[in-house]
Design a protein around this ligand. Structure first.
Ligand SMILES: Cc1ncc(COP(=O)(O)O)c(C=O)c1O
Length: 567
């Protein structure tokens, strides 16, 4: 009798456990964003199925079913641009072509500028090259002597103008020259940076690394060490560097089983955080406030006009506040990854801007004063790498070049400059300046009947498109022809440095509008009622399936021939 009772009890416990497991799985599924970036495994699987194919010339200009005369208009605009590029960027493109075979990164960035179906013709005709010779004010000069307004922002490093960083690097280098490249021991310049970073971040301790990626790795490792839990939560679309655990989807050849990718700004994600017991940390990249749940907006993924962006400061502030509450309730480490937005939104970064304090903050990019860097600032109990009561239980983190004297000296220059009246003044009405500039540019785009707008998070801008089109990615080449330099991700990310004066900005705005007008006149934004984002996506899917089937068919025929017994 006792044995039967025990069995029943065991059964009841087991089924309660499996119901609770099921519930937890269900809650997790509900908290996943329905897009592909929200489903890392599926995205990776589908990516491996997508076949390569490319358009011939006729398809290139008419892939949206545009009439002959529009395709002809596009062709002549394309060839005009091709002539401009050939003439203007000859030396820069020549050296790029010579070296490309030997630089894998360059091959990658060159290939991923436009949707792959259009790649060949673009590469053949619109090659502006990958070299620049000098920087000055808000401009770059290439090998052909072309001066270009820089909207690349050097991936966000360039916050205060290239000349400012040249000074940080030069002055800093002069201070540590006597010590040179000595590593391990610190140069005294480190002391100031530690003190200032503690003040700026409002955190207790600092650790230095060589890149933003490494800073994120360290923050997550420490969170796992101190909580004894393994899972890290990131939000759909957020970039946190290229370490495997923060890049669970496309781009990483292996799965990241300890990573949960949840919906940004969504109650269902808070529910998961409240219920689960295995979550060590939540990583937030505040840049996502500009395009929640969407990837960094690169033009190679710009196959239609579905890209949207809008920054709602109040909504994001509220979201971070709620996240803070839940993390505190559950002892989950809240990490703000401010590698990009740190120092850009406010002197105290996103913490100050949104009024929410994190447990740890990562910085990088601009903090190095022009040199490569990463830093973690955090609560004392979280930053500690060993346990007093368990001497062999440590959380290891090193890095040969951490705290390199030249980097630390340039960092000190950068941090010291933040206290000067000019920079304090720059921060005073940052949002007003950049929101006003964006608003005025949008008004001009609207007045000219152009189907694109900009959205901005302070000085970080992105373009989005208001009419369905397959050709929005062409804008990057029209912008280049007008003397505007973008990074390889194209029109999705325009990063301004804060030394852009009203006059500089007016010149950029004129060129931006002129580029868009030329693109419109060349017929790229032609659309009739049949061109919708859904129709474009359906068409691409059909093309992919057809090419996939053709490839499978060719494979099987080859296999049959190879295995056919001799006659
Ligand atoms: C938010 C964020 N985190 C981490 C990184 C990685 O930094 P790094 O490229 O220095 O490794 C980046 C880089 O763009 C970033 O934007």
């Amino acid at each position: 009798m006792d044995a039967i009772l025990a069995l029943y009890t065991l059964g009841a416990v087991a089924s309660a456990a499996s119901i609770s497991k099921l519930r937890s799985r269900l809650a997790l599924s509900c908290a996943k964003h329905p897009s592909l970036p929200g489903h890392s495994r599926l995205a990776r699987r589908l990516a491996s199925l997508a076949p390569f194919y490319e358009y011939d010339e006729a398809e290139f200009f008419g892939s949206d079913g545009a009439p002959q005369e529009i395709a002809a208009l596009r062709r002549s605009g394309f060839m005009r641009l091709s002539g401009i590029f050939r003439e203007r960027y000859a030396a820069t493109a020549r050296l790029t072509a010579e070296i490309e075979e030997g630089i894998s990164d360059l091959q990658f960035t060159t290939a991923y500028r436009v949707p792959f179906q259009y790649r060949r013709l673009v590469r053949e005709h619109l090659n502006a090259g990958a070299f620049v010779r000098s920087s000055d004010g808000v401009t770059l000069t290439d090998l052909d002597g072309n001066r270009l307004y820089d909207l690349s922002g050097s991936y966000g490093v360039n916050l205060l103008g290239y000349d400012f960083y040249k000074q940080c690097m030069e002055r800093g280098s002069a201070q540590v020259r006597e010590l040179g490249p000595v590593l391990g021991a610190y140069h005294p310049v480190v002391a100031y940076s530690v003190k200032r970073l503690k003040e700026i971040s409002g955190q207790d301790e600092v650790s230095f690394h060589m890149s933003g990626t490494e800073a994120v790795m360290q923050a997550v490792r420490l969170a796992r060490y101190h909580t004894g839990r393994s899972r890290l939560v990131r939000f759909c679309g957020a970039y946190h560097g290229w370490w495997g655990d923060v890049q669970p989807g496309i781009g990483n050849p292996v799965p990241a089983p300890e990573t949960l990718t949840l919906r940004d700004i969504d109650e269902r994600s808070l529910r998961v955080l409240r219920k689960r017991r295995d979550i060590a940390c939540v990583l937030v990249n505040p840049l996502q406030a500009l395009h929640p749940n969407a990837n960094a907006p690169g033009d190679s993924a710009l196959v239609d006009s579905a890209r949207k962006a809008h920054f709602d400061r109040a909504a994001y502030t509220e979201w971070l506040g709620r996240l803070r509450e839940v993390c505190s309730e559950r002892d989950i480490v809240l990490i703000f990854d401010e590698v990009f937005v740190g120092f850009r939104l406010a002197l105290g970064g996103a913490q100050e801007y949104f009024g929410v304090k994190a447990d740890m903050v990562t910085y990088g990019k601009t903090l190095g004063g022009g040199f490569p860097v990463g830093a973690v600032c955090g609560r004392r109990d979280l930053m500690k790498r060993f346990r007093d009561d368990q001497p062999t239980n440590i959380c290891f983190a090193r890095g040969t070049f951490n705290s390199h004297p030249y980097v630390m000296a340039a960092m000190r220059e950068f941090l010291q400059a933040l206290d000067t009246p000019q920079i304090i003044h720059l921060y005073a009405d940052l949002d007003a300046v950049w929101n006003d500039r964006a608003e005025r540019l949008n008004q001009r785009l609207a007045d000219n009947g152009l189907p694109l707008r900009v959205a901005n998070l302070s000085s970080i801008w992105t373009t989005y498109y208001t009419r369905a089109s397959r050709y929005n990615w062409m804008l990057q080449y029209y912008l280049r022809a007008e003397g505007l330099a973008l990074s390889w991700v194209g029109s999705g990310r325009l990063i301004f440095s804060l030394n852009y004066t009203d006059a500089d900005f007016a010149a950029v705005a004129d060129r931006f509008v002129a580029a868009a007008v030329a693109m419109q006149q060349d017929g790229w934004w032609w659309a009739d009622a049949s061109v919708t984002n859904e129709a474009i996506r359906r068409r691409i899917l059909r093309e992919m399936i057809a090419h996939r089937l053709r490839r499978v068919g060719a494979h099987s025929a080859q296999h049959r021939r190879a295995t056919r017994p001799p006659a």
